[in-house]
Design a protein. Structure first.
Length: 171
């Protein structure tokens, strides 16, 4: 939600919806990247991310980058006090989009369920209209949703399957 709001040049709901739609479809369709380059194009990594192909060099490069950040006086970005979320209208739009995937048999019933839960978090939960929320609100909403989904057997099956086979399960 924060990324979509940041990508919207003027902060209009329609611009946020457009950016949110791209992010949502990538995640809802369980797209995965096969490389760091693809991860950047999907938005999983920032375009400025350092990519180290040699596994033996990764720790060294990461340590050097961390030390450079420390020496330059890096501090984390400030807490986002005002992230614009779209509320029920944005949720309805995302839910309609993923319903088309369900109707076309591109996703399973459980994919649809998970995608609607994801859409609910992205749009700020059960908010009547678009509004600005604190990042802590979204973090708590995400945590509650994640914990609720973890109690579902199908979610547990998906986690176990991807950890053992390195491939997503479509149950």
């Amino acid at each position: 939600a924060a990324l979509a709001a940041a990508k919207a040049p003027n902060g209009f709901d329609s611009e946020i919806q457009s950016a949110l739609q791209r992010i949502f479809e990538t995640v809802a369709m369980a797209r995965v990247s096969g490389s760091a380059s693809e991860a950047k194009s999907l938005g999983f990594l920032p375009s400025s991310a350092t990519v180290v192909m040699n596994a033996d060099r990764r720790f060294h490069v990461a340590k050097a980058n961390a030390l450079a950040l420390f020496e330059s006086g890096y501090s984390p970005p400030p807490v986002a006090n005002a992230i614009k979320v779209l509320g029920r209208g944005g949720f309805a739009s995302l839910k309609a989009a993923v319903y088309q995937y369900l109707a076309g048999k591109f996703v399973s019933e459980y994919d649809y369920f998970l995608a609607t839960e994801f859409a609910r978090v992205l749009t700020g939960g059960d908010l009547v209209a678009s509004t600005e929320v604190h990042e802590d609100y979204l973090i708590e909403l995400e945590r509650e949703t994640f914990m609720r989904l973890l109690s579902q057997q199908k979610t547990q099956d998906r986690i176990t399957h991807i950890l053992t086979t390195n491939k997503p399960l479509r149950n």
